[in-house]
Design a protein around this ligand. Structure first.
Ligand code: PEP
Length: 253
Protein backbone atom coordinates (compact mmCIF):
# COMPACT_ATOMS: atom_id res chain seq x y z
CA UNK A 1 0.00 0.00 0.00
CA UNK A 2 1.40 3.39 -0.97
CA UNK A 3 0.72 6.03 1.70
CA UNK A 4 -0.57 9.30 0.28
CA UNK A 5 1.99 12.10 0.59
CA UNK A 6 1.08 15.78 0.40
CA UNK A 7 4.00 18.20 0.51
CA UNK A 8 3.73 21.98 0.74
CA UNK A 9 6.45 23.84 -1.13
CA UNK A 10 6.49 27.34 0.34
CA UNK A 11 9.11 28.45 -2.20
CA UNK A 12 10.63 31.88 -1.40
CA UNK A 13 7.71 32.91 0.80
CA UNK A 14 7.28 33.43 4.55
CA UNK A 15 9.79 35.12 6.81
CA UNK A 16 10.65 33.48 10.11
CA UNK A 17 7.64 34.68 12.11
CA UNK A 18 5.24 33.98 9.24
CA UNK A 19 6.68 30.48 8.92
CA UNK A 20 6.25 29.81 12.64
CA UNK A 21 2.64 31.03 12.52
CA UNK A 22 1.80 28.94 9.45
CA UNK A 23 3.46 25.79 10.79
CA UNK A 24 1.60 26.11 14.11
CA UNK A 25 -1.73 26.54 12.34
CA UNK A 26 -1.13 23.58 10.02
CA UNK A 27 -0.14 21.43 12.97
CA UNK A 28 -3.31 22.37 14.81
CA UNK A 29 -5.45 21.67 11.74
CA UNK A 30 -3.92 18.27 11.09
CA UNK A 31 -3.31 16.98 14.61
CA UNK A 32 -5.55 13.93 14.16
CA UNK A 33 -4.79 13.06 10.52
CA UNK A 34 -2.74 9.88 10.37
CA UNK A 35 -3.82 8.46 7.02
CA UNK A 36 -1.79 10.94 4.97
CA UNK A 37 1.87 11.92 5.21
CA UNK A 38 1.98 15.73 5.31
CA UNK A 39 5.30 17.48 4.68
CA UNK A 40 6.14 21.16 5.10
CA UNK A 41 8.97 22.58 2.97
CA UNK A 42 9.71 26.11 4.19
CA UNK A 43 12.67 28.22 3.02
CA UNK A 44 16.08 27.38 4.50
CA UNK A 45 15.88 30.27 6.98
CA UNK A 46 12.81 28.78 8.65
CA UNK A 47 13.71 25.09 8.60
CA UNK A 48 15.12 24.92 12.09
CA UNK A 49 12.17 26.70 13.75
CA UNK A 50 9.52 24.85 11.77
CA UNK A 51 11.41 21.65 12.57
CA UNK A 52 11.01 22.34 16.28
CA UNK A 53 7.28 22.90 15.82
CA UNK A 54 6.62 19.67 13.94
CA UNK A 55 9.03 17.42 15.82
CA UNK A 56 7.17 14.51 17.44
CA UNK A 57 4.04 15.36 15.43
CA UNK A 58 2.51 13.64 12.41
CA UNK A 59 3.95 16.35 10.14
CA UNK A 60 7.31 15.96 8.42
CA UNK A 61 9.89 18.55 7.48
CA UNK A 62 11.39 18.95 4.01
CA UNK A 63 13.83 21.33 2.30
CA UNK A 64 13.43 22.81 -1.17
CA UNK A 65 16.93 22.04 -2.43
CA UNK A 66 20.34 20.78 -1.34
CA UNK A 67 23.91 20.64 -2.55
CA UNK A 68 25.74 17.40 -3.24
CA UNK A 69 29.04 18.12 -1.48
CA UNK A 70 29.28 17.39 2.24
CA UNK A 71 31.05 20.62 3.23
CA UNK A 72 33.60 23.15 2.05
CA UNK A 73 34.02 26.29 -0.02
CA UNK A 74 30.63 26.40 -1.73
CA UNK A 75 29.33 29.81 -0.75
CA UNK A 76 25.59 29.98 -0.37
CA UNK A 77 24.97 26.24 -0.62
CA UNK A 78 23.43 23.97 2.02
CA UNK A 79 24.50 20.35 2.47
CA UNK A 80 22.28 17.35 3.08
CA UNK A 81 23.92 16.80 6.48
CA UNK A 82 22.95 20.34 7.48
CA UNK A 83 19.36 19.63 6.45
CA UNK A 84 19.33 16.44 8.48
CA UNK A 85 20.68 18.32 11.49
CA UNK A 86 17.59 20.57 11.61
CA UNK A 87 15.18 17.67 11.32
CA UNK A 88 14.53 17.32 7.59
CA UNK A 89 13.30 13.97 6.38
CA UNK A 90 12.60 15.04 2.80
CA UNK A 91 14.19 17.31 0.22
CA UNK A 92 12.66 18.53 -3.04
CA UNK A 93 15.14 18.17 -5.89
CA UNK A 94 14.93 19.32 -9.51
CA UNK A 95 11.88 21.53 -9.18
CA UNK A 96 11.08 23.09 -12.56
CA UNK A 97 11.98 26.52 -11.14
CA UNK A 98 15.46 25.19 -10.30
CA UNK A 99 15.73 23.68 -13.77
CA UNK A 100 14.42 26.84 -15.48
CA UNK A 101 15.98 29.70 -13.48
CA UNK A 102 19.10 28.08 -12.04
CA UNK A 103 20.19 25.87 -14.91
CA UNK A 104 19.76 22.55 -13.15
CA UNK A 105 20.24 19.64 -15.52
CA UNK A 106 19.34 16.01 -15.02
CA UNK A 107 23.00 15.37 -14.19
CA UNK A 108 22.95 17.96 -11.40
CA UNK A 109 19.63 16.62 -10.13
CA UNK A 110 21.07 13.10 -10.12
CA UNK A 111 24.08 14.20 -8.06
CA UNK A 112 21.80 15.87 -5.53
CA UNK A 113 19.49 12.85 -5.36
CA UNK A 114 22.42 10.54 -4.65
CA UNK A 115 23.83 12.88 -1.99
CA UNK A 116 20.42 13.17 -0.32
CA UNK A 117 19.97 9.41 -0.18
CA UNK A 118 23.49 8.89 1.08
CA UNK A 119 22.83 11.21 4.00
CA UNK A 120 19.51 9.58 4.85
CA UNK A 121 17.17 12.16 3.29
CA UNK A 122 14.26 11.08 1.09
CA UNK A 123 14.29 12.99 -2.20
CA UNK A 124 11.13 14.28 -3.87
CA UNK A 125 12.31 14.42 -7.47
CA UNK A 126 10.39 16.68 -9.84
CA UNK A 127 9.85 15.88 -13.51
CA UNK A 128 7.55 17.51 -16.03
CA UNK A 129 7.11 18.88 -19.50
CA UNK A 130 6.72 22.49 -20.62
CA UNK A 131 3.64 23.67 -22.53
CA UNK A 132 5.38 23.74 -25.92
CA UNK A 133 6.71 20.24 -25.31
CA UNK A 134 3.21 18.96 -24.57
CA UNK A 135 1.81 20.75 -27.61
CA UNK A 136 4.42 19.22 -29.88
CA UNK A 137 3.78 15.70 -28.60
CA UNK A 138 7.00 15.43 -26.60
CA UNK A 139 5.48 14.84 -23.15
CA UNK A 140 6.51 11.20 -22.85
CA UNK A 141 10.01 11.70 -24.24
CA UNK A 142 10.66 14.58 -21.80
CA UNK A 143 9.36 12.52 -18.88
CA UNK A 144 11.48 9.53 -19.94
CA UNK A 145 14.57 11.74 -20.13
CA UNK A 146 13.88 13.31 -16.71
CA UNK A 147 13.09 10.02 -14.98
CA UNK A 148 15.88 7.91 -16.46
CA UNK A 149 18.60 10.52 -16.08
CA UNK A 150 17.59 12.25 -12.83
CA UNK A 151 17.25 8.85 -11.18
CA UNK A 152 20.18 7.14 -12.90
CA UNK A 153 22.15 4.46 -11.01
CA UNK A 154 20.00 4.35 -7.88
CA UNK A 155 19.90 1.06 -6.05
CA UNK A 156 16.54 -0.63 -5.62
CA UNK A 157 16.64 0.24 -1.93
CA UNK A 158 17.29 3.92 -2.68
CA UNK A 159 14.58 4.07 -5.32
CA UNK A 160 12.08 2.80 -2.77
CA UNK A 161 12.88 5.80 -0.54
CA UNK A 162 12.43 8.23 -3.41
CA UNK A 163 9.22 10.08 -4.27
CA UNK A 164 8.62 11.29 -7.82
CA UNK A 165 6.60 14.47 -8.38
CA UNK A 166 5.05 14.79 -11.83
CA UNK A 167 4.70 18.54 -12.30
CA UNK A 168 3.70 19.70 -15.76
CA UNK A 169 5.35 23.12 -15.98
CA UNK A 170 2.27 24.63 -17.64
CA UNK A 171 0.21 23.78 -14.56
CA UNK A 172 2.54 25.28 -11.95
CA UNK A 173 1.20 28.50 -10.49
CA UNK A 174 -1.14 29.02 -13.43
CA UNK A 175 -4.45 27.96 -11.91
CA UNK A 176 -4.79 25.43 -14.73
CA UNK A 177 -4.30 21.95 -13.30
CA UNK A 178 -3.86 18.84 -15.37
CA UNK A 179 -7.09 16.90 -15.62
CA UNK A 180 -7.18 13.67 -13.68
CA UNK A 181 -6.92 11.82 -16.99
CA UNK A 182 -3.85 13.80 -18.06
CA UNK A 183 -2.21 13.21 -14.68
CA UNK A 184 -3.04 9.50 -14.61
CA UNK A 185 -1.71 8.99 -18.14
CA UNK A 186 1.72 10.33 -17.17
CA UNK A 187 1.80 8.71 -13.74
CA UNK A 188 1.05 5.36 -15.33
CA UNK A 189 3.76 5.98 -17.89
CA UNK A 190 6.27 6.77 -15.12
CA UNK A 191 5.33 3.55 -13.34
CA UNK A 192 5.98 1.71 -16.61
CA UNK A 193 9.42 3.32 -16.84
CA UNK A 194 10.19 2.19 -13.28
CA UNK A 195 9.13 -1.32 -14.22
CA UNK A 196 11.58 -1.28 -17.13
CA UNK A 197 14.37 0.19 -14.97
CA UNK A 198 13.75 -2.17 -12.03
CA UNK A 199 10.77 -4.52 -11.79
CA UNK A 200 7.02 -4.56 -11.26
CA UNK A 201 7.16 -4.87 -7.49
CA UNK A 202 9.29 -1.74 -7.22
CA UNK A 203 7.15 0.14 -9.74
CA UNK A 204 4.09 -0.65 -7.63
CA UNK A 205 5.76 0.58 -4.44
CA UNK A 206 7.16 3.97 -5.50
CA UNK A 207 4.98 6.97 -4.73
CA UNK A 208 4.24 9.45 -7.52
CA UNK A 209 2.80 12.84 -6.58
CA UNK A 210 1.05 15.22 -8.93
CA UNK A 211 1.89 18.94 -8.75
CA UNK A 212 0.43 21.95 -10.52
CA UNK A 213 -2.36 24.19 -9.24
CA UNK A 214 -3.64 21.66 -6.72
CA UNK A 215 -6.42 23.11 -4.59
CA UNK A 216 -8.81 21.72 -1.97
CA UNK A 217 -11.52 21.33 -4.62
CA UNK A 218 -9.52 19.48 -7.29
CA UNK A 219 -7.45 17.11 -5.13
CA UNK A 220 -10.36 14.68 -4.68
CA UNK A 221 -10.61 14.07 -8.42
CA UNK A 222 -6.87 13.83 -8.93
CA UNK A 223 -6.34 11.46 -6.02
CA UNK A 224 -9.12 9.18 -7.25
CA UNK A 225 -6.79 8.01 -10.02
CA UNK A 226 -5.03 4.74 -9.25
CA UNK A 227 -1.48 5.96 -9.90
CA UNK A 228 -1.75 9.36 -8.18
CA UNK A 229 -0.28 9.01 -4.68
CA UNK A 230 -0.41 12.57 -3.44
CA UNK A 231 0.46 16.12 -4.38
CA UNK A 232 3.24 18.67 -4.30
CA UNK A 233 1.48 21.92 -3.53
CA UNK A 234 2.82 25.44 -4.07
CA UNK A 235 0.42 28.39 -3.76
CA UNK A 236 -2.27 26.56 -1.82
CA UNK A 237 0.24 25.49 0.83
CA UNK A 238 0.76 29.10 1.93
CA UNK A 239 -2.55 29.18 3.81
CA UNK A 240 -3.09 26.73 6.64
CA UNK A 241 -6.75 26.10 5.82
CA UNK A 242 -6.25 25.30 2.17
CA UNK A 243 -3.22 23.08 2.81
CA UNK A 244 -5.01 21.23 5.60
CA UNK A 245 -8.09 20.80 3.40
CA UNK A 246 -5.97 19.36 0.60
CA UNK A 247 -4.47 16.87 3.05
CA UNK A 248 -7.89 15.91 4.43
CA UNK A 249 -9.50 15.70 0.99
CA UNK A 250 -6.76 13.39 -0.21
CA UNK A 251 -7.72 10.59 2.15
CA UNK A 252 -8.75 7.84 -0.26
CA UNK A 253 -12.01 6.34 0.95
C1 PEP B 1 4.96 23.79 -7.29
O1 PEP B 1 5.62 24.80 -7.37
O2 PEP B 1 5.52 22.72 -7.04
C2 PEP B 1 3.53 23.89 -7.53
C3 PEP B 1 2.90 22.80 -7.81
O3 PEP B 1 2.97 25.14 -7.44
P1 PEP B 1 1.39 25.49 -7.51
O4 PEP B 1 0.69 24.52 -6.60
O5 PEP B 1 1.31 26.89 -7.04
O6 PEP B 1 0.98 25.30 -8.93
Amino acid sequence: MRKIIIAGNWKMNKNLQESIDLANLVKRNLYNVEEVEAVLCPPFTSLSDVGEIVVNSNIKLGAQDCYWEKEGAFTGEVSCGMLKSVGCEYVIIGHSERRQFFGETNEIVNKKVKAALQSGLKPIVCVGEKLEERKSGKTFSVIKDHVENSLADLTREDMLKTVIAYEPVWAIGTGVNATKEQAEEVHKYIRGLLKDMYDEELADAVRIQYGGSVKPDNIKELISEPDVDGALVGGASLKADSFADIVKNSIKK
